[in-house]
Each structure stands twice: as C-alpha cells, then as structure tokens.
Write a protein that binds this ligand. Structure first.
Ligand code: PMP
Length: 389
C-alpha cells in the first residue's frame, strides 16, 4: 500500500474514485456526479460561508408546522416550482427531509392508521412494477406493524393501501398516474416526482397531488447534501410527517438547508436575473447533456445489436416552450440475446455494474443503468456496450 497523502483539514471527499479504460464501471446507483461539471462553472453563485456561531439552535421557524424548516429554503423551493411550473405550491405546506427518502418514510408513518399497529392488519404499500427498488427495501426494513410492502399495484386486491407513484418512473422513465382509484377504497397516493424536471422530461402540467416528493439529489445533482422536500396539502398529514422527522432525527441539518437554498437560488437567478449568463442555466445544460448521452447510448445499442431500449418519446414542454424529448436519468436496458437470462451478471462479466430488473419486480433480462455519472465513466460504458456481441 502506498503512503497515504495527508488530507488537508476540511478537504472534501470526491466520491467515487476516478476511472481508467480498464476500470470496473459502476452504474448501479443513480449517483448524479454528471452535474459537477455544471457547478464548477457557476463561480460563487452557489457558495455559502457559515460562521462558527451560526445554525446552532435546533429551531428554525417555531410558528411553522415544520418547525425545523429554514424560511430561506422554503422560499427558494416555492420560487423554483413557480419558475419551472412543475408543481403547485399555493395552499401547500413545504416540509424538509434528510433526502426525500426520509420524507417517504414520514409519509408511510403519517398515512397508516395507528390502529393498524394493534388489532388491524398493517397498511399495504404498493407500486406498479417495475418500481424503484428502495420502496420495498425501505418499507419493510424495520418490519413495522403500521405498514408492509404488498408488491405490484396492478395485482393488488384490497381497499386500504398507500400507492407510490413515481413519475417519471425509476427505473424505466415512464410517465405514470395512480392505477388504483382512490374512490374505490381507502387508498392514498404518494407522488414521488424526483425526476419531474426539464432535463429529464417535458413539463406538461403543473402537478397538484396531495403529497409530492422532490429532492436536490436529482433536480440539481446535490445528492450528498441530503436534502429533499415534500409539498403536502393536508395540515394534519403535514403535522404527522413533521412528527416522524422530529422523532427520527430531531429536524434536518440547517447547514444543508442553507446550502440547498443557495443552490436552488442560483438555479432560479440564472433564469430570472437580467444580468445572468446563459451557460449558467441548469436545465438547458442538463437537457443538452442528457440528450447527448441518450443519443450516444442508442448508437451504442444499435452498434452492438444485442440490446434494446425504451422508445424515445417527446412532448411540449411548458417550461422550455418547445417540443422536448424525454431523457430518463436511468436506461432500462434489455439484453435480447437468447442465451442471456441475467443481463446484470452478463454485464458484470464485462466490468459494467448495473442493477438487475429482478430488484424492481421485473424480468432479470432487464437492467437499470445510471445515466448521471461523470463523462469519463459514461464514455467508457458506451464504448464497452457497443463492442458486446
Ligand atoms: N425517489 C426516487 C425515485 C429516487 O430515484 C431517489 C434516489 N435514487 C430517491 C427518491 C431518493 O432521493 P434522496 O437522495 O433525496 O433520498
């Protein structure tokens, strides 16, 4: 082992190690390092300095349902949604979480009747397959008496359930609506709109569901900041979700909220301030980059001849004010070779790590591939893929 470089005090980690043409390329997680290039170019617009005496109190806004919500973060969340037009904010409570993952858990807690813990059966949690692999994992992790994973929404029978609606969907990028009508039973939908941003899909309507989850992990690429937010219509649900976070982590890092607020502000400023520079427009950058990557991937799949991808779709984007294609954050790749029944292990054999379709309640001939890695890793991935026969 080589002698370790001394780490300068306060020097940040860089995440995944750099790659070489021989490296194993890990596209299993949706780690959004693609966006680093953009944020390197924005200068001080997204920087913050926090003096030693600040952000020390547990409390942020004691009059608010979400008492640990930084008002500046609340403001920038509403401002960005108004700019993009992807979600309604008037009449909604904004709640902050340690990633949208914590808010997802808070929603399960808030929407499950407390009686279920005693006499009744736990609340069923469902989502249409292929569904985001964390939904079953997170739902059943602590084996709660309040709720339990019940699988694919399409085959669910029963009238008390929480339906998770992810749109655009992780892993396959489809636009989704709830499949179980809430009028037929006691069903409640939670809309996970992590990817409902212009770099991934045309913004075709202002979403106005009862509970909507978002995250900086996918909107701006700041996954390491661990900040998500929920837009919640009902005050009692908002209060219960806040209670969950209070008992889970006594609030959410203020330092992270301030940073997230500054990042969101930089995004809005680049569209709204007259002196802003065009190259600082995140969604323009993201769309261009994602479209480029999708066209590289389609070429590579065609060159190889053994893979298929979802068809490209497009629509009128109310934000871009033009027709825009969908550029999902993940490729839902199918290996068409008859003798390959497990696409993930086939690709692993070629030093490409992906997540198997089986983890999303789907066929293992499919894999999910992250489209958001750094350029060097992505370039090696498409070159390798094109060479597979
Ligand atoms: N929802 C979906 C659909 C996701 O893909 C992810 C991240 N992979 C999350 C939620 C979690 O995001 P966060 O980093 O905010 O916890």
């Amino acid at each position: 082992r080589q002698q370790e470089e001394p780490v300068a005090a306060g020097a940040p980690s860089t995440g995944k190690p750099a790659v070489t043409p021989e490296s194993v390329i890990n596209l299993d997680h949706g780690d959004p390092t693609m966006f680093e290039e953009f944020w390197r170019g924005t200068g001080s617009a997204a920087e913050i300095v926090i003096p030693g005496w600040q952000t020390m109190s547990y409390f942020s806004d004691v009059g608010n349902v979400c008492w640990f919500l930084e008002p500046g973060f609340d403001h920038e969340v509403r401002r960005l949604h108004r700019l993009v037009g992807n979600a309604a904010v008037d009449g909604y409570h904004v709640l902050v979480g340690t990633g949208s993952t914590q808010l997802f858990m808070a929603a399960l807690y808030a929407l499950s009747p407390p009686a279920a813990a005693g006499a009744g059966a736990p609340m069923s949690v469902v989502s249409t397959a292929p569904y985001y692999s964390s939904y079953p994992a997170v739902t059943d992790f602590l084996q709660s008496g309040l709720f339990r994973w019940a699988g694919d929404a399409n085959s669910f029978k029963g009238d008390a359930y929480i339906e998770l609606v992810c749109s655009p969907n992780n892993p396959d990028g489809t636009i989704r609506e709830a499949v179980l009508s809430s009028e037929s039973g006691n069903g409640i939908a939670v809309h996970d709109l992590a990817y409902y941003w212009p770099q991934y899909t045309p913004i075709t309507k202002r979403a106005d569901h009862d509970i909507m989850l978002f995250t900086v992990s996918k909107s701006t690429g700041h996954a390491g900041t661990r900040i998500g937010w929920a837009l919640v219509k009902d005050r009692d649900v908002a209060k219960k979700m806040t209670k969950f976070i209070e008992l889970n982590t006594i609030g959410v890092s203020k330092d992270s909220q301030l940073r997230a607020a500054k990042v969101l502000r930089a995004v809005s400023d680049a569209y709204e301030l007259p002196e802003a520079r065009e190259e600082h427009r995140l969604f323009d950058y993201g769309r261009r980059k994602m479209a480029e990557r999708w066209s590289m991937l389609r070429e590579a799949a065609a060159a190889s001849g053994i893979f298929s991808l979802p068809d490209e779709t497009s629509g009128h984007c109310n934000f871009a004010k033009e027709t825009a294609s969908t550029n999902p954050a993940f490729a839902w790749l199918r290996c068409d070779r008859e003798d390959v029944e497990d696409c993930a292990s086939f690709l692993r054999g070629h030093k490409i790590l992906t997540r198997s379709g089986s983890q999303f309640g789907a066929d293992p001939r499919y894999v999910r591939v992250s489209m958001l890695d750094r350029d060097d890793a992505y370039d090696i991935f498409v070159r390798r893929l094109a060479s597979l026969k």
